[in-house]
Design a binder for this molecule. Structure first.
Ligand SMILES: Cc1cc2nc3c(=O)[nH]c(=O)nc-3n(C[C@H](O)[C@H](O)[C@H](O)COP(=O)(O)OP(=O)(O)OC[C@H]3O[C@@H](n4cnc5c(N)ncnc54)[C@H](O)[C@@H]3O)c2cc1C
Ligand code: SF4
Ligand code: SF4
Length: 1020
């Protein structure tokens, strides 16, 4: 069954590309695709909803989704779509900002399988690639050859080459290398009628390509006067079709020799003319040397005015960061230190000026020239010179994160992209930006400026509330901005394409004759409007509220969220903001019917950053599956659709949402790495609480959640509990009854728990510990969790020995015949009330120590960090806050004490190499560096960090039979191979489940850092 907002989507008056075909057509399409292709065919409402948005303000439900396995699947799908009269929407990472990747069509997603490098010829510097290949992945392969593809978009970690060509994307270094159109040499296509046609140099064209070329040449010739009169004469113009290939108007010729390349007609066509099968790309030598001059300006105007002079020095990039962005970066722990390296005093704006070539010495001379130029312009001493590569790289990362930093604003007002890439000639940049800032002020908002000063394309997004009066203001601002663009002879669409928000401005920019010429190009290549209708030709109005992700009250079906009483405290998201000052209202005042949960979910703006594969953690399940369903964005979209009733009335606690969250390993990678702070691990707890309330708990969930409660008792009969691992058939039975994988050995039960075997003399009473602290002596509380207390007591005992050796008065909690627990196992099962009881009791037990300023030292990252994270959202009040402030991981505590000169142990030397794997929660709380720091206290230690995402075990996740394959895929991505490649290394992993995954996957024992330090303690 199809569930949509059919009232307006099926209506005959709806704009092209937004009208859904009848249900029986969709059903036939689904059936035929499933039968005739090998790809994944996704027609359920949740899957379609995950493909209904891109990084724009728009949302249109597609008819269905195909994730093709091969080129053949695509050509079969096009044939079926043609037969049934259903449009087709090609899609890469879906990071477009203008809605070009949304449509009531069959979406074909290239990213999972169509991502190969077909060929690279280093001599001629040409690569041929499939459309779903991600830019960073291509460049990683090219690096050893000393080459790169230089259209370096900010979304390089997820943007696909097919999507980049579709949008005629432009990178920060376009002043040196040009846009996509300057760097595509050929495109092999499937046309709407199924013909396979190669587009490349006009002089080599034959058959169909030659005929199309001849038609477009005649069209261009007939419109030559109009092209000369109306075409913006700037490098950054991406609107419409590139009808100027026969008579280029760009500041930079499209080809090196001035010849015509027909592939350029398809670049920037936004998937409206043909399906791209492969692309031939022009590669560039990787510059071996770069320097950066950061120019600090006393006023924004001065920075804008200086850009035209700076470009005369021949930089490869000149990028703006304004004061708001500087302040946002300084307020962000991940970026503050880097940002400070770029500043001289309190500048109103900075320009990052990069020079690149083969020799650093020559570049230093050019940097000197920049310093001289700034002196001549009246700004002596304004340049921070960065010659060091690492420093430059860090600053570029901050600049690349610019937009994302800005998007983290809470409340319904958001920085909206619709005039964010107008391009004006450099001599008018200062005047243009001043005038546009005034426009914003007149409409009660403001914008933050950043990006490509070198080419007159500055990004700016005014803050608008699209759920209320945003559409009206958007149009008013666009009208005034367009007048400025015309006055300064610029381009209205200079980087991100036309899509839904700029389509209607194509005619404004080029005039009716050229608009008609664009239509005739579409008619020749795609006469039946198969490809991405409603983009470039016949676009809807930019402010058609029915197409918004958050339709305003006057829309037929406005955006509304369901009533929901959340189990966790989300009030920090339930706020509104002031668009002029960005001030946030008090928590709980945002008017959210879900207490802020929906607004936390809606923080995802679909930028797709979670689709990355870099050194960070986010998102391990996507890395293993490459499924939109299993990436943070897909999960956030599913939750948003469910919370707003778009998937049906009971959708929030439905199977559709459960399966979207199923492979989320709660690693918290997104909490740290998602630019808008989407914390899916926390959202999963909220969801599970509601889901299990409706559907109940499984036996396995009960066993996992209750583990801390029964662990003590079971450990007395450890031999019995361990039979599952030894008696033939028991594991298989366990899999059938409980769903725990028979391929895994479960953790071994032991009777020698920490509480039974510890040396009582090592621990002081509570009073003695508090008294010691008050007297200025070294004191700490060792919080021993279920895993290190019951299954690996040697870790807790090792930690106690190390702390005692360093002279700490040490206390550990007692609790009758059990032990205190952080409640995590209950949280991960959605049993929030039980978790609250456990954490509450733990917090009460720890409070006297916290109030005495005594550190609470824990061993298991996920247990200890619960005190700093989830415990604060359970309504436990100030006592939880007080405890959280003293809660430290063992390594954090020792690193802190060593730095303060209070940890002085003469460890013996180590010779073996050390390999460290960080637990995901350690990474999320920036607690991996302390592991390396404390290991370095051992003479001779050179600990190396393995660049890993999640190990894949994640508590009980990897033990579940249904997760075994994906769990192993996560581990095999980098962790297990790195360990196998270092047979002599001591492997350090602080997470219990990480150690188990390493043992299962490599048969090697990984150690908690406490045991490594214990191993090198001096003899008593
Ligand atoms: C935070 C952020 C920063 C950005 N920074 C930049 C930047 O620095 N420079 C820049 O230029 N853009 C930028 N963008 C916009 C966007 O990331 C780029 O345009 C990117 O190149 C799009 O790649 P994609 O794979 O996501 O394409 P998609 O959005 O999936 O698709 C883009 C277009 O290409 C078409 N297409 C995709 N595959 C095919 C195919 N096989 N055949 C035919 N047509 C196809 C689609 O139909 C669509 O019209 C940014 C966006 C965000 C959210
Ligand atoms: S979850 Fe975060 S990183 Fe992913 S698309 Fe949404 S905002 Fe971007
Ligand atoms: S918690 Fe981890 S697995 Fe879950 S969405 Fe976030 S990054 Fe992905």
């Amino acid at each position: 069954m199809l569930i949509d907002r059919p009232e307006h989507l099926v209506a005959a008056a709806a704009p092209k590309g937004t009208r859904l075909p009848a249900n029986d057509v969709a059903v036939a399409l689904d059936r035929r695709l499933s039968r005739e292709t090998e790809g994944e065919v996704l027609f359920d409402a949740a899957s379609r909803g995950r493909y209904a948005t891109d990084a724009s303000i728009y949302q249109i439900m597609p008819v269905g989704v195909l994730v093709p396995k091969s080129d053949r699947d695509v050509s079969v799908a096009l044939e079926i779509a043609r037969d049934l009269g259903v449009p087709v929407l090609p899609r890469g990472a879906g990071t477009s900002q203008c809605g070009q990747t949304t449509g009531a069509a069959l979406v074909i997603d290239t990213t999972k399988h169509l991502r190969n490098i077909v060929a690279v010829d280093p001599d001629s510097r040409v690569a041929t690639v499939e459309p779903g290949l991600v830019l960073d992945h291509l460049n990683a392969q090219l690096k050893p050859l000393g080459l790169w593809f230089p259209v370096d978009v900010s979304t390089s970690a997820q943007a696909t080459i097919g999507g980049m060509a579709g949008n005629n994307s432009c990178g920060s270094r376009s002043i040196a290398y040009g846009n996509m159109v300057h760097n595509v040499l050929g495109i092999d296509t499937l046309l709407a009628d199924g013909a396979a046609v190669s587009f490349g140099p006009m002089k080599e064209a034959s058959g169909r390509a030659a005929a199309i070329g001849a038609f477009v040449r005649d069209l261009a010739l007939r419109n030559r006067g109009e092209i000369e009169a109306r075409w913006p004469k700037v490098l950054r113009r991406v609107a419409g079709y590139n009808l100027d290939i026969f008579h280029p108007q760009s500041e930079k010729p499209y080809t090196d020799d001035g010849s015509v390349n027909l592939a350029h007609l398809l670049v920037g066509a936004e998937g409206t003319l043909a399906w791209t099968r492969t692309l031939k790309l022009k590669l560039a030598p990787l510059p071996s040397a770069k320097v950066l001059g950061v120019v600090n300006f006393p006023s924004f105007h001065a920075a804008m005015d200086a850009a035209q002079h700076i470009v005369t020095l021949g930089p490869t990039a000149v990028e703006l960061v304004d004061r708001t962005m500087i302040d946002l970066a300084l307020a962000n722990p991940a970026f503050a230190a880097t940002m400070r390296t770029a500043l001289r005093g309190e500048p109103a704006a900075i320009l990052l000026v990069e020079f690149a070539s083969d020799a650093k010495e020559a570049l230093v001379i050019r940097l000197r020239r920049l310093v001289e130029l700034m002196g001549d312009l009246g700004l002596p001493g304004s340049v921070v010179e960065m010659v060091d590569d690492a420093a430059q790289k860090s600053l570029w990362e901050v600049r690349k994160a610019g937009l994302n930093i800005m998007m983290s604003l809470k409340g319904d007002g958001k920085p909206v992209s619709f005039i964010e890439d107008c391009a004006v000639p450099l001599e008018h940049l200062a005047e243009y930006t001043d005038a546009l800032t005034e426009v914003f002020a007149r409409h009660g908002t403001r914008g933050t400026w950043y990006a490509h000063a070198s080419v007159g394309t500055l990004h700016v997004r005014p803050i608008l509330d699209m759920r209320r009066d945003g559409a009206k203001k958007m149009r008013a601002i666009a009208v005034e901005a367009s007048a400025l663009v015309r006055k300064f002879k610029g381009a209205f669409s200079g980087e991100h394409g036309d899509g839904l928000c700029r389509g209607e401005w194509i005619e404004w920019q080029f005039g009716p004759r050229l608009d008609e010429a664009f239509r005739s190009i579409k008619d020749v290549l795609d006469p039946h409007n198969l490809f991405n209708p409603g983009k470039i030709v016949d676009p809807p109005k930019m402010d058609d509220g029915t197409l918004f992700r958050f339709p305003p009250p006057e829309a037929l079906v406005p955006y509304r969220t369901i009533p929901l009483v959340p189990v966790l405290d989300w009030s920090a998201w339930d706020v509104q903001n002031d668009p002029r000052t960005e001030a946030i209202s008090a928590p709980g005042t945002g008017g959210d019917s879900t207490g802020g949960f929906a607004k936390a979910v809606e923080m995802c703006n679909n930028n797709g950053h979670c689709r990355k594969f870099d050194a960070g953690t986010m998102c391990p399940s996507f890395r293993a599956t490459r499924d939109e369903q299993h990436v943070t964005r897909g999960r956030a979209n599913t939750l948003r659709l469910a919370l707003s009733g778009q998937l049906g009335s009971e959708a929030f606690s439905s199977e559709a949402v459960r399966s979207a969250l199923e492979l989320c390993v709660s690693c918290k990678g997104c909490k740290r790495e998602c630019p808008t702070g989407v914390d899916m691990a926390r959202m999963k707890i909220e969801f599970l609480a509601h889901y299990t309330k409706r559907h109940g708990h499984t036996l396995k969930d009960r066993l996992v959640a209750g583990l801390p409660d029964y662990a003590h008792r079971v450990s007395r009969v450890a031999w019995l509990a361990n039979l599952r691992n030894h008696v033939p058939g028991a594991a298989l039975l366990g899999e059938r009854l409980l769903g725990l994988s028979a391929k895994r050995k479960l953790p071994t039960w032991r009777s020698d728990t920490f509480w039974r075997t510890r040396n009582a003399g090592d621990f002081a009473s509570a009073q003695a510990t508090i008294a010691a602290a008050r007297a200025g002596a070294k004191a700490a509380v060792l919080f021993v969790d279920t895993f290190n207390g019951v299954f690996e007591s040697e870790n807790a005992i090792a930690a106690a020995r190390v702390l005692k050796a360093a002279g700490y008065t040490l206390h550990t909690l007692e609790k009758g015949r059990g032990h205190h627990c952080c409640g995590r196992t209950y949280l991960t099962s959605g049993r929030v009330d039980e978790a609250r009881d456990r954490v509450g009791a733990l917090v009460d037990a720890l409070l006297p120590f916290a109030e005495a300023g005594i550190a609470i030292v824990g061993l298991e990252p996920s247990c200890l960090l619960t005190l700093r994270d989830e415990a604060l959202g359970l309504g436990l009040g100030d006592r939880a806050v007080a405890v959280s402030r003293q809660a430290l991981l063992f390594e954090e505590f020792i690193a802190r004490e060593a730095k303060a000169g209070r940890f002085d142990v003469a460890f013996t030397a180590v010779e073996a190499p050390m390999l460290v794997h960080g637990h995901c929660h350690q990474k999320a709380f920036a607690a991996v560096a302390p592991v390396l720091d404390v290991l370095r206290l051992v003479p001779g230690a050179k600990p190396a960090l393995i660049e890993t995402s999640c190990c894949g075990m994640a508590g009980s996740f990897g033990y579940e039979a249904s997760h075994h394959a994906v769990s192993m895929a996560m581990a095999e991505a980098s962790l297990l191979p790195a360990i196998r490649n270092a047979p002599d290394a001591i492997v350090i992993a602080d997470g219990t489940s990480c150690r188990q995954q390493i043992a299962h996957g490599t048969k090697r024992e990984a150690l908690h850092v406490a045991r490594v330090l214990e191993r090198f303690l001096p003899s008593p």
